[in-house]
Design a protein around this ligand. Structure first.
Ligand code: ARG
Length: 646
């Protein structure tokens, strides 16, 4: 009897240990499952992309302003390699543009030799390259292919074919055809908080998010631009209590709150120091969440003041957004919590209810100990709403990188709860680094306060104006033109300075730098564009032959054309990685390549004495025109308004 009793604690310990192992295995299993799902999704995505691209190859005879030449070539070579070496698993050939010896170059031979060697086959890179070339299907964008040196495959593009594409752009403008699959894309960006300062972090989110929306809208997707405003939660308890005290007749007379930040600060002081106030504030939260009409009215009043402030910024920056704040999800949060409870996914944790996502480092707090909901709850309910009600194919979140773990947990929990099926819906977290001041510290005013955005935009306008006056542009431009140039430069440079850096990095906010007219800046690009436009405008009636062929014979003409034709490749790339700086780099390259062309190729000849135009090279003027078209389109995707004179 004794020994049996003695073994009980051992058994219990063993059972506990087994339970622990079981839990551990369970966690591993679901992590693997998620990984598997992710990989499956990636595979499906890649297969679809390949299928899409191979369709493109066969229709490449059609003129299309958004033909991605690079991917046509990649797919053509993938096919040829498969045909030449069927035993090899898929080889992704590296194809690069801009080599000195050809228009494009494919360097897959070395890699293939190595792969063949592992299978016991020996072949020289040169022989491999030749075999691949023999297996290439005919394609109308290619003029000639040959093999040089140790197996480099040189590709020359067909100027006639590409002239047709450019000619198509010249006639139809740079408008894409309908995308093969029109996606419903929800972009959650900007998203400031009511009664709190909208700061430079929100400005970054606004600028980057708007750029992403513009990109998808340009491609032809169905984009829902959502402002996930922080308009719900405990801060309203104290705000409403303070409102009741300060403006007791707020229900009938609209209270004159101009400075909501100040109002917020006052109520915070009361909340922290006056226990009676604090108690009432908590009661207010409960009443608000149970939708008491008076409290809802007070809440609306406060939100209205913030909304007016936010709108000033959006109007100035020409940003459109649909407001759908956290409050929108109140009833959805209630049913979500029921659902998660029923599925047994919530765990008790010191009075809170939390949920773990497989592989996440932090859980989501779904219900607080006082029964209230959190940032996590509203994001969970919002994701569900976006997938189920908005029928989103892709959901994009644009916030500072500090929130990446929050969104990682959200994704994992949503997958675990069966809300998100990553093989059907793609969820992207678009993070960004902090904005620094010129002292390389967090961007603040001299007194250490957060920088007010309205003030920042005002300063931008003033600086842009000073710059234009310094260049004596006010002597040349009309008052109206000056004003247009000023806003275009001011807001353009603020946006561009943000977008031209890899968004994952921090960047230094410097008006001096962003207003420089040399280097990769908005000012440089805007000047370059107005210069091209004035070349065309100065011709007046002297250039009418729109039907002339675009001239592509000169080396610099061809270089410019090839650069322009890389535009679709850049758009495809940023649709994938959502890094808009690739587009900035591309536009800068277009501008510099244009300068090279313009310095080397006469577009107009003038009489030395009279200054009269004696000859117009129409084929080149057309090249100027489409260059302007590409630049204007690119800048518009970045949210930058261009001008005809500055
Ligand atoms: N209001 C949040 C903030 O200021 C940003 C919200 C981002 N969007 C979201 N769905 N969580 O940090």
């Amino acid at each position: 009897m004794d020994s049996v009793e003695n073994s009980i604690p051992h058994l219990i310990r063993d059972i506990e240990q087994l339970e622990e192992v079981k839990a551990q295995k369970e966690l591993e299993r679901s992590t693997l499952e998620t990984q598997n799902k992710k990989l499956q999704y990636r595979l499906k995505f890649l297969k679809e992309a390949v299928a899409e691209e191979s369709k493109k190859v066969s229709i490449s005879t059609e003129n299309d302003s958004l033909t991605n030449l690079h991917s046509i070539l990649v797919n053509l070579f993938i096919k040829a390699i498969q045909k030449a070496y069927p035993s090899l698993d898929s080889v992704q050939p590296a194809i690069s543009a801009g080599s000195k010896f050809a228009d494009y170059q494919c360097n897959a031979s070395m890699q293939i030799c190595k792969l063949l060697k592992t299978k016991g086959e020996n072949a020289s890179p040169n022989a491999v390259a030749k075999k691949i070339v023999d297996c290439l299907e005919p394609c109308d964008v290619i003029d000639k292919v040959d093999v040089s040196g140790p197996g480099f495959i040189n590709i020359w593009l067909s100027r006639d074919k590409l002239r047709n594409v450019l000619q198509y752009v010249q006639v139809n403008g740079l408008k894409p055809k309908k995308p093969a699959i029109r996606q419903r894309i929800v972009v959650d960006f900007s998203s400031p908080n009511v009664a709190k300062e909208m700061h430079v972090g929100h400005l970054r989110s606004t600028i980057i998010g708007d750029g992403i929306c513009r990109l998808f809208e340009f491609i032809g997707h169905d984009v829902l631009r959502l402002n996930h405003i922080g308009d719900w939660g405990t801060q309203f308890g104290m705000l409403i209590t303070h409102l009741q005290d300060k403006f007791p007749n707020y229900l009938t007379v609209s209270p004159p709150i101009n400075d909501l930040q100040q109002f917020y600060k006052e109520s915070k002081v009361l909340f922290d120091n006056d226990p009676e106030f604090k108690k009432r504030a908590y009661e207010c939260v409960v009443k608000l969440q149970s939708m008491s009409p008076d409290h809802i009215k007070a809440w609306k009043l406060i939100c209205d003041v913030s909304r007016t402030e936010f709108k000033k910024i959006y109007d100035r920056l020409n940003i459109s957004l649909i407001e759908r704040g956290e409050s929108f999800y109140q009833t959805r949060m209630e049913s979500l919590v029921k659902e998660l409870t029923n599925k047994g996914l919530l765990e008790e944790d010191e009075g809170r209810k939390i949920m773990w996502g497989p592989g996440s480092s932090i859980p989501l707090t779904v219900v607080k100990s006082d029964g209230g909901f959190t940032y996590d709850t509203s994001d969970f309910a919002a994701l569900k709403q976006r997938i189920e009600e908005e029928k989103a194919d892709r959901v994009v979140y644009v916030t500072d990188s500090g929130q990446s773990t929050h969104f990682e947990s959200l994704k994992n929990c949503a997958i675990r709860a069966g809300v998100l099926d990553p093989t059907r819906v793609r969820m992207d977290f678009v993070g960004f680094g902090v904005v620094l001041g010129e002292d390389k510290k967090k961007f603040k005013t001299r007194s250490g306060d957060t920088v007010r955005l309205v003030g920042l935009l005002d300063e931008g306008i003033k600086r842009a104006r000073d710059k234009l006056i310094e260049k004596e542009r006010d002597k040349v431009l009309t008052a109206e033109e000056m004003q247009l140039a000023e806003t275009s430069v001011a807001y353009g440079c603020i946006k561009y300075a943000d977008l031209c850096h890899n968004r994952n990095h921090e960047y230094v906010f410097s008006f001096d730098k962003m207003l420089e007219d040399k280097g990769n800046t908005a000012v440089y690009l805007l000047y370059a564009l107005t210069r091209i436009r004035s070349i065309i405008n100065n011709l007046g009636d002297n250039c009418k032959s729109e039907n002339d062929p675009i001239s592509l014979d000169h080396e610099k003409e061809w270089k410019l054309a090839k650069t322009l034709l890389r535009f679709p490749e850049v758009l495809d790339k940023i649709s994938e990685d959502l890094c808009l700086h690739h587009l900035c780099e591309y536009l800068y390259e277009v501008a510099t390549t244009f300068n090279e062309f313009y310095d080397n190729c006469y577009c107009i000849e003038k009489d030395g004495k009279t200054g009269e135009i004696i000859k117009v090279y129409t084929g080149r003027i057309l090249l100027c025109k489409i260059t302007a078209d590409y630049m204007d389109t690119g800048l518009n995707i970045l949210g930058i308004t261009t001008v005809s004179r500055m």
